[in-house]
Design a protein around this ligand. Structure first.
Ligand SMILES: *Cc1c(COP(=O)(O)O)cnc(C)c1O
Length: 356
């Protein structure tokens, strides 16, 4: 049976990247070692580190005025690292559009004068607040947003027009073209759209990292990682290596603009099908729908459970929704082929027929 994994994270990786890692797993390029066994200071690993960084820069069109860093601790550690590094005046505004956005906000509160400038909690995070209505304070260090809300299935289609924008792009990084120059800092845990868990990507303006708070731990200072080219201590080497293979795959496919086209087609098909069905619903505001995470429900919890079980028996894995939303969630990240979405829709049709 052909399997498709709709997991929200860790999630599917491109077959090509996995096969390449498999082929080289025991003996990487004649080194006599596996990547998971070699020193992070040896020439083979340095090449991997350099190529991974170069590919991120190429794929996202990142200029020399930004650092590209590979750090540890997941996006959740960035919830703290961001205020610890960027609060200079001590003030920042957050837009709270979901569970992770709220976690980021809650961490930041510990370190300064932090305000929630807008939230979509009133409708269980099913939309993105109208940015024209949001009033940010004067004289703040940054505005923090969550670009794609993994649990609730919403995304920003445009970004706040502010000077120092910080974005958690964990679940949409490299899924559509963005202008990095509009951001002061972008961070993303690898395990949604880039590679295995372990590595966290940070893209930060070079002139933004010079004033960390005195209490900022050495490991969380961007300057520490920037000076050491992400090799200050032992990095998650295998995760960075797999990410590099994924970046190679994406480049070969035509880059971010090419995958964006595919992602838009995949998401449109699935939303169209849901909107036209009598069994399934997605309650996200249409203009704010995520390209990556598609939550949906049937009329009853019992039918939802039956759907998840039967889908899994048909090779469509990990479709159970997040406990905060219930129902189902199809995560259709970059590595999910269009055939995977077609297979899901075909199964949904059949299930609808059988359960009218
Ligand atoms: C998954 C996720 C996180 C948490 O990431 P970790 O790497 O597990 O800390 C944070 N933000 C968003 C948007 C996510 O999707």
């Amino acid at each position: 049976m052909k399997y498709y994994n709709f997991s929200a994270g860790p999630s599917m990786l491109p077959e090509e990247a996995k096969l390449s890692a498999q082929k080289d797993f025991l003996d990487y390029k004649g080194s006599g070692m596996s990547v998971v066994e070699m020193s992070h200071r040896c020439k083979w690993y340095e090449e991997i580190n350099d190529e991974a960084e170069a590919l991120v820069r190429e794929l996202m069109n990142i200029g020399d005025d930004y650092y590209v860093l590979f750090v540890q601790g997941g996006a959740s550690t960035q919830f703290e690292a961001v205020p610890l590094n960027l609060l200079v005046k001590g003030r920042a505004d957050y837009i709270v559009t979901g569970n992770f956005a709220n976690k980021a906000y809650k961490e930041a509160i510990k370190y300064g004068d932090i305000v929630c400038a807008a939230s979509s909690k009133d409708k269980n995070y099913t939309y993105i607040p109208d940015l024209n209505e949001v009033k940010f304070r004067e004289d703040i260090d940054y505005v923090h947003i969550t670009g794609n809300n993994t649990i609730f299935g919403t995304r920003y289609t445009e970004f706040p027009k502010v000077d120092n924008l910080v974005a958690d792009l964990s679940s949409c990084i490299m899924s559509e073209v963005i202008d990095v120059n509009k951001f002061e800092l972008i961070y993303a845990g690898a395990q949604k759209n880039i590679g295995p868990a372990g590595m966290t990507l940070v893209i930060v303006k070079k002139d933004a990292i010079n004033n960390p708070m005195p209490i900022c731990p050495t490991m969380l200072k961007y300057s520490t990682q920037a000076e050491a080219k992400s090799l200050y201590n032992t990095p998650p080497t295998f995760s960075i290596y797999m990410a590099m293979l994924t970046f190679r795959w994406l480049k070969k496919l035509g880059g971010v603009s090419a995958i964006q086209e595919i992602n838009e087609r995949k998401a449109e098909k699935l939303y169209d099908f849901i909107d036209n069905s009598t069994l399934y619903t997605n309650s996200v505001a249409k203009k704010d729908r995520s390209l990556m995470n598609v939550p949906f429900v049937t009329p009853t919890k019992e039918l939802d459970a039956k759907f998840v079980k039967e889908a899994s028996e048909n090779g469509l894995l990990t479709l159970k929704g997040h406990r905060l939303v219930g129902g189902m969630r199809a995560s259709i990240y970059n590595a999910m082929p269009e055939e995977g979405v077609d297979a899901l829709i075909a199964f949904m049709k059949k299930f609808e027929q059988e359960n009218k």
